[in-house]
Every structure is written in structure tokens, then in C-alpha cells.
Design a protein around this ligand. Sequence first.
Ligand code: AMP
Ligand code: GLY
Length: 421
Amino acid sequence: MRILVIGGGGREHAFVTAIHNSSKTTKIYCIPGNPGIAALAECISLDSSNPAILCQFAMEHAIDLTVVGPEVCLAAGVVDAFQKQGLKIFGPTRAAAELESSKTYAKELMKKYAIPTANYEVFTDAAAAKKYIECQGAPIVIKADGLAAGKGVVVAQTIVEACQAVDSMLADAAFGDAGSRVVIEECLVGQEASVLAFTDGYTIQPMVASQDHKRVFDGDEGPNTGGMGTYAPAPVVTTERMQWITQHVLQPTIDAMRAEGRLYSGCLYAGLMITEQGPKVIEFNARFGDPETQVVLPLLKTDFITVMEHCIEGTLQELDVEWNNGACVCVVLASGGYPGSYEQGLEITGLDDLLPETYVFHAGTAKQGDKLVTAGGRVLGVTSQAANLKQAVNKVYQEVPKIHFKDCHYRTDIAAKAFQK
Ligand code: AMP
Ligand code: GLY
């Protein structure tokens, strides 16, 4: 089969790796891809957020199946455009992807269908928002309604901080249109977990649970990032808890989407807080997580293409999706200064010294002549797989120090929470 992957980060490098391992694959294209992906696929430099351009490419190159990485492509209607042309594509339509692209939509759906989540109110008026904050007290969480690249959330510890966040989103339009409405919600306490699931719109097949590390520094200090590392499986999601999550969160959500006339197929990502009252939804994403995919897909035993085909064809119920035993840990190597501003174009060395079974997923890299250089905040996702989590942690932290670029920084405590109490 001829496969097209849309996107160019670590998540898409993990897709391409899994697709490359499939006996069904004859050719992989990636738009736009990156230097890591280029070792396994033909990278094409086209506008990955333009549905018409992508459709035309798929038709001209006789693509049998396309998989979408970034949410912006889903929100732009890539899946709708492909479906209209009768092209097979894995991912939700634009209307279904609103589960991620509008936090208000997601919250209203959860309220209507009694899916457990934090209590909330939606505001467009700053004065009304601040009045609500004063009534509720702190800590309290302020979120821009639309897509803000993971940066539109402020967990405010004080009323003053919460009101400042409202001002910056509503009055100063720090996130443009994405922040013209804000969701203000109850602050949940507990461990976070990411549960991704394959779905054809009817059946749910959860993947191995994982845990992301959003804060930039060890011990969950510093500002939020796109994700500094992940591990899977996350022991906080026990087998019983996973059953509960499937029954009370995942299945009701796709049933609700169908009932609303927005059949949801693809990957449903539930970001959960495991609170004392049980798991509650922090957010839904309409796509695979990054860097969750880097630790989840290597554990998938069933052929990735086969699973995607069943999701597209509505036959997921007939497939037994199997997982490998063992565990994966991914440590993100970031540019100095990230998530703030950082230098780019710095040479990356040491990749030839790694153990062969180490996955180095490229996120923000570029080629400068023969040299590999940094080209983003999150540069590489170094991932080790082993028989258990402890071994995977040891392995990954033996590999990471072999890689060098100026001002490289990474967390040294990825997966530490898995070993607490
Ligand atoms: P989101 O972009 O919605 O994933 O939010 C980013 C991060 O903010 C999450 O990973 C949580 O750590 C935190 N967060 C979001 N909503 C809440 C909430 N209601 N209570 C506590 N923390 C939250
Ligand atoms: N790792 C968080 C996300 O993909 O949104």
C-alpha cells in the first residue's frame, strides 16, 4: 500500500516508523516530514494545512491510505475533503474534531451526556468572568476556547493571577480569536494520564495508557510546554480503571458524537485527571498525542495499517487489537530557552553512538548541508523500549547524554511518578 502521513514532528516520525514496519507498506510519503522521517519516507514540501493541495497530491500519487497528525489539519477539514473524493483517510471530520478545536463544544457535550469533567462556565465578557472568579476563589483554571498550541491554559493559584489571565485572553486578545471566549473551570487535583483510543465511531479500542510531562523542569516546575517526555504503560491507569474510563468516558463520548450527527472516527485522546472522585476529563484531543504516540505505537502488536483500515471501514469490532508486553519511555531534548524563545540552527551530534534499539524521533530538526541542526523548541524524542518501565528508564537515560547540541535541556525525572508509592 502507498501511505501518506501528514505532519512533520516526533508523532509523525513514530507513525512512519510503525507504517514502515508493516508488511502492507510499499511506499510512504510524508508532507512535510523532517530529516528523521526522510530516512523512511519521501518527504514532500507542500502546505500541510491546505486540504485541496493534499487531496490533489493523494490522487496524483495513488495514495491508498492517509493518516493525519496535527489538529490544525483536521480543523481545516482535510478529512472532509478526502472523504468527498472517496480517498481513505484516518482521522475525524472537521465537525467531529471540534471536540478539540472548541473547548466550549467539548464542555457542553460532556455536560449534556454526563461525562465526568471539571465544573465550568463560559465567558466572553471580562467583567463577568472576574466576578465569577471572585465567587469561586483560587486555584482556578482559565482556558482560551480555541486552538492555542497547548499554551492557552492558565492554572491560576490566586484570584489576581486568574483575573490577569482573563484580561490577557479577552481584553488583550493574546490568543487572537482562539481567546475571544474563555472557559473558567474548577481546578482538579490528582495524577494526569493520557488515554488514546482507536475508534470507528461505534467501537472503542483503548490504547496502552501513557503519561505526559507538560512542565518544562523536573518536579513539574516551570511553564507548560508541548510535552517534555512520556512513558507507557502508566500504572495509575490500572486495568479496572481503564475499564471504567472506557465505559464512562470513551464509549459515551463517541456515542454522544454519533447522536449529535458528528460520527467520530480516528484516534480519540482523553486527557484525564485521576482525582479522588475518579477519573475526570481535562480535555479531548481529536488526534494522537505528541509525545504520547512515541511511547504508545512501539507497543502496538497488531499491524498499525490494519487497525486504521478497520477504523475507516467501520469494522473495528471485528478486530482484536493486541499490545506487546513491556514499556517505553520518551525523553524530549529541547532547545535552551524553550518554551520561550530559543536559538536554532545548532549542530546536533552523537546520534551515531546510540544503541541500535533506541528510537530517536525527530521533532524540530533540519539539514544544513550534511549537518543535522536544531529547528524547533522540542528537537528530539529519545525513546527506549524494554521488558519493564524501570529498564526502559535506565536505558533511555544511558542514551540521552550521548546526544549533544548547544544549550540542550531535558527532564531527568520522566516516569518517576510511576514509582511513587
Ligand atoms: P490542556 O491544554 O487543556 O491539556 O491543559 C494543559 C494543562 O493544564 C493540563 O495538562 C493540566 O496539567 C492543566 N489543567 C488543565 N485543566 C485543568 C483543571 N481543570 N484542573 C487542573 N489542571 C488543569
Ligand atoms: N502531549 C499533549 C498533546 O499532544 O496534546
